[in-house]
Ligand binder design. Sequence first.
Ligand code: ADP
Ligand code: MG
Length: 680
Amino acid sequence: MELNDKVSSLKGIGPKKAEILKKNHIFTLEDLLNLFPRKYEDRRQETRIEDLQPGKEFLISGKVLSRRYSGNPYKKNTPLTLLVSDETGTVEILFFNGRYIANLFNVNQDYSFYGRVTENFDRKQMIHPEFHRIGDPNDIRGIIPIYPQISGISQNELRKIQLQLQELYPQVEEWLPDEVVSENRLASPAYAIENIHFPKDGKQVLESKFRLIFDELLTLETGLFYIKNETRKDTGGIVIEADCADQFIKDLPFELTAGQKSVWEDMKRDLAADKVMNRLIQGDVGSGKTVVAELAMYAAAQNGYQSVMMAPTEILAKQHVQSLTADFEKYGISVGLLCSSMKAAEKRETLQRLAIGQIQILVGTHAVIQPDVIFKNLGMVITDEQHRFGVNQRSLLSKKGKNPNILVMTATPIPRTLAVIIYGDLDISQIRTMPRGRQPIKTMQADMENRNRVYDFVKKQLKEKKQAYVVAPLIEESDKIDAKSAEELHKELSQKFAGFQVALIHGAMKQEEKDFIMGEFSDGNIDVLVSTVVIEVGINVPNATVMVVENCERFGLAQLHQLRGRVGRGSDQSYCFLICHNETDVAKERNQIMCESNDGFEIAEADLRLRGPGELFGTRQHGLPEMHISDLVRHGDVLEKAKNTAKAIIDKDPDLRNRKYEKLKNRIRKMFGEDIKLEL
Ligand code: ADP
Ligand code: MG
């Protein structure tokens, strides 16, 4: 048996089960070893039968006194009842599929049972408990691992699989250099794997978990430091004298908010120094991050440098191009667009103009990081809505220039303590003020019963020449399937809002189609826009005052907050309606928070309190690789240790050239995915 063997080499895993495992990204025996228990059941303590209480799970041992069928014993689903007793009392054990199981029990022999106790009149019962005959190897007592649910493979099967893998433990090798192991008092990987699956006590679980969590977080942090090291330079940065932007500020139709001003002061200091700027701006939706980016691009252009701005969707990129063109035209600064849906000739022309410096500001999707994109003298690199990009994409973008200044913008309100870890040595500025005259959005919840009243209200707004977004249910994250539910909703609303223009936009549509519809909505030719979540990010239509989210229980708090941020962009009162189709407790609590607060940072913290960081800090939200065993919030102390170790490693050996880091490098590659261009 070898770590690299296929799962199908195991007893009990045929093609069907192998396929199920494959769907769960489990291919080899090593992958199976790395399928860690989610929790444990402590079945070390046996309970005396007289002490059993209904409603809880217990472990008992006793002698089978009798075996009895309650019906025709030759029918396969005739229930079987055992009477089991220890010195203190008797209990009934009931199996519904009696025929299959009957011959496993002999009267007068001793067995252990584990299961939930119920009460049937005055008799105590256990229905379908786990069991084993005392003396047999498949002991159900002890500390029992409970694995993540894999539909199609039972817990019992998973445990049996893990038992077979025990002979692999000696093959699990140490992969970290000695000093890292001793400094952090790490258990060996073999010990950790053995005792994460089959611990004998709580201490072994803790030691094993610490090692495994440390491994994962060290890999993450070393990878991040490696990438940052590539982009961050303390000297030799491009110097941009930014006072010239005062003119641009004077020409703006509004005054900068206090938050915008203070961020701009931070940036001016960065730009004037020969250290490369590496700054993250965190600001709620609508807080006006774009104009701050414009100041930086204006200053870069006046100093003779090009800028590039990368946005996560084509719609957003085009909207940026429109507003940037309007803002920069009068200064003779040229703005260009690059995205994958452009015609080849158009693209070629853009690339040519870019290379000779005729385009001073390039806006685009991830098309801008393709190898054929060459700048004349790139000085300023901006990523909008950073949480939609992987860390590696940001690094690729900055390599388009020679130490360009970097500005990263995000509306994901990650609490500062975490942002410092996730974004490492990016400097962080926050905009916590909203532009003046903006009224807080009124948020209300509804259910299927008063859903119609919501749409009556929407109609009133339409009559006042306002526009509305309606977000269709998220069925699953598949463009095609979600589109269908959006189509049905579109049909329904077209009837309801007869006389108004109701349009549909969804992820499965062609790009040109989406752009056309967005443009029409933006120009006021469409009154109601029914959409899947494609509009989630960045879109700016100030005349839209209503956001309706159908099926709100399917969305996380961060996403709901982002969606709501599409309205409330003008001076009129805006509204957000959250329609619950299936009111779960979590959904209720989420809606409560949404109704009470408009502050993204507050919402983020509430989300953390509510049920841990899982959703908010899922991969989609911050662009980090997925963690298997660690939790960036709950394991903050291990993270701190891993981070320090990672920093020490990278400080000493920035390119991880030393052979002792070979296995660490492999793990980094695996974690960050094959497509990451880590030049490791
Ligand atoms: P976000 O931070 O979500 O990217 P935007 O940059 O799109 O927000 O800004 C939202 C809207 O607010 C835009 O229409 C912008 O012109 C406007 N805006 C930005 N700053 C101010 C300000 N200081 N006063 C008034 N309006 C502003
Ligand atoms: Mg924005």
